[in-house]
Design a protein around this ligand. Structure first.
Ligand SMILES: [Fe+2]
Ligand SMILES: [Fe+2]
Length: 267
């Protein structure tokens, strides 16, 4: 089974880029399932029902989230409806939405997608390691499992991947928006990359307007940012293509697909 996992989609440039590239990637690589992180899809912050629908219409089949989950308030009731959108699993019990989802691929194999958030330099959530254990205990039959580990610290991500090695098909890092060059198969067959990256403005500071971000770091003053929807120019598309044995759930290969995409000139 082949799965395409797309890094954090940032604003309109990211959404439009996914819609432009996905049909040909899907055909070229014979992809059975497309997953994308959508935590920055609505103007850079969070996901709205409208932007979620736009991403699903573009061909993404499951959307994961992260620390920006609650930025758009309409997402709260939406996450409790029957949509293929999940938020980090390790929020406190009673939080709206769910942290994992079981779906059928086009090939007919069931697979579980899990979204977990790290704690180092991030919100103080429940232990991501114990949350992973709990969900794996719930999945009594051994179906393939893909984990989006939304985290800042590379050490926490590598530790999680090794903790889950041989128990899940893949652990894929998201959140930093910077793609890492360490895509690999771990000793027990789990596919891993520290960060998938993003689909967002190429000339930017992790998807945000460069001048405003630089000014903020230089002056240490709060700086008003334009919505990330307004950044024109080329778009960085970062994803990974996974090949997983449908029977055993063992990872066979992981490779990066990184494209710098020029949007069409006329709008
Ligand atoms: Fe993000
Ligand atoms: Fe994030």
């Amino acid at each position: 089974m082949r799965i395409l996992f797309i890094g954090d989609i940032v604003g309109r440039p990211g959404r439009e880029c996914v819609a432009r590239l996905l049909p040909s990637l899907r055909a070229q690589h014979k992809i059975d399932l497309v997953i994308a992180n959508g935590e920055n899809a609505a103007g850079g912050f969070g996901l709205s029902p409208k932007t979620a629908q736009e991403i699903l219409d573009a061909g993404v089949e499951v959307i994961t989230l992260g620390n920006h989950t609650w930025a758009q308030k309409e997402i709260i009731p939406y996450l409790d409806t029957d949509v293929p959108v999940i938020r980090p699993l390790n929020y406190p019990p009673g939080t709206p939405g769910r942290g994992w989802l079981r779906v059928s691929t086009r090939q007919g194999t069931d697979i579980a997608i899990v979204n977990i958030m790290g704690r180092v330099f991030m919100d103080p959530l429940d232990s991501p390691f114990r949350a992973a254990d709990a969900v794996l205990a719930e999945l009594a039959d051994s179906i393939p499992v893909v984990v989006d580990f939304h985290a800042e610290a590379t050490s926490e991500k590598v530790a999680m991947a090794n903790y889950l090695d041989g128990r899940v098909s893949a652990v894929l890092g998201t959140h930093t928006h910077v793609p890492t060059a360490d895509a690999r198969v771990l000793p027990e067959g789990t596919l891993y990359v520290t960060d998938v990256g993003m689909v967002g403005p190429y000339n930017s500071v992790i998807g945000a307007e460069t001048d405003a971000m630089v000014r903020r770091f230089v002056t240490q003053l709060p700086v008003r940012q334009n919505r990330r929807d307004q950044i024109e120019g080329p778009v960085s598309f970062n994803a990974v293509l996974l090949e997983i044995d449908s029977g055993t759930g063992r990872g066979r290969s992981i490779r990066r697909i990184d494209i710098i995409d020029e949007p069409p000139a006329e709008r």
